[in-house]
Design a protein around this ligand. Structure first.
Ligand code: R2B
Ligand code: URA
Length: 310
């Protein structure tokens, strides 16, 4: 479950804006968000980002640029004539970032370290910009377990490759654990936005986050492999029996760091294949591109609903 409202109060200011659980930041003359190519003194972050409500992140810069253009259409946001969207973080040469009205579309790269660095800087950005009650979404891809390619999965829980539901980070030579919790209400709301007319399945379950795509996900087609196909299939079946429906590489830090900051978050991924049927991602580009729009559509429905209710 998510934080009780009293805990959230302690993590947020009374007006809902993000409080940092780090006393050092407010004592600093300036805070450089190095990997975003932004800074608290070099940029007016309140002016630039103060009206943000939704932060949508996904692995690749191209997908997040597509999402920015898609959400612009969906919410009817107009740019000044003759202008196009600008990648705010282009000079970081690390992540991309587009702002479309109340929506920020950001890439997070692949894997735990990459999304963890991004989350530190995005959460600080929320604080500097005095953003109130932001909602974070990860819009991603994954391997399905017993789910055919193109299935949309809303994560109910995140587990690591050892089935732990926390993010364990070595700090000063000691392991620190942070619970990886997602917002249950948001999961229900997202699932309810699946349209029975959608020509694909939208489901939910546990998401396993690994730190490798090949051996870490039980693949047989990496540069190395020291187990048999039957070991792999037994393993995937045991994951399935424990409620794991998909495997990806960012769910644990995403769930844990948003939860630690008192920020509501959800993960919506599309499966690129059924891992019980194979390892290689073989869907043709056009098919994979259409599949990748599916989580975007669900999140766009949520955002539109929210903006209409305001
Ligand atoms: C899904 O796809 C990527 C690996 O191909 C990784 O970022 C993930 O979570
Ligand atoms: N992303 C993953 O991490 N695993 C897959 O199998 C597909 C996409």
């Amino acid at each position: 479950c998510s934080y009780s409202s009293s805990t959230v109060q302690k993590i947020r200011y009374p007006d809902g804006s993000v409080k940092l659980r780090n006393p050092n930041i407010e004592l600093m003359d300036q805070d450089i968000l190095y990997h975003l190519a932004l800074g608290s003194e070099s940029h007016d972050l309140v002016e630039m980002f103060g009206d943000i409500k939704f932060i949508c992140m996904g692995g690749t810069p191209k997908r997040m640029e597509t999402f920015a253009n898609f959400i612009m259409e969906e919410i009817g946001h107009k740019l000044p004539t003759g202008t196009t969207l600008l990648d705010i973080s282009q000079y970081s040469y690390r992540y991309c970032m587009y702002k479309v009205g109340p929506v920020l579309s950001v890439s997070h790269g692949m894997g735990v370290p990459s999304i963890s660095i991004l989350l530190h800087e995005i959460i600080k950005l929320m604080y500097h910009a005095r953003v109130k009650d932001p909602i974070f979404f990860r819009i991603g891809t994954c391997g399905g377990i017993g789910l055919e390619g193109g299935t949309v999965v809303v994560s109910e829980e995140a587990v690591d490759a050892m089935m732990n539901n926390y993010y364990e980070v070595p700090m000063l030579g000691k392991l620190v654990r942070r619970p990886a919790k997602l917002d249950r209400k948001l999961v229900r709301e997202l699932k309810n936005l699946a349209d029975p007319e959608d020509p694909y399945v939208t489901t939910s379950g546990k998401t396993m986050c690994t730190s490798d795509f090949y051996e870490g996900q039980g693949r047989l087609d990496g540069a190395f492999c020291e187990y048999t196909e039957s070991d792999k299939l037994d393993y995937l079946e045991s994951l399935r029996n424990q409620g794991v429906v998909n495997i990806e590489m960012e769910a644990i830090p995403f769930a844990a760091l948003t939860h630690h900051a008192g920020i509501k978050s959800a993960i919506v991924c599309v499966t690129l294949l059924d891992r019980q049927k194979g390892d290689q991602v073989m869907a043709p580009k056009e098919v994979a591109n259409e599949w990748q729009i599916r989580p975007q559509k669900l999140v766009a429905r949520y955002i539109k609903r929210y903006l209409q209710m305001k």
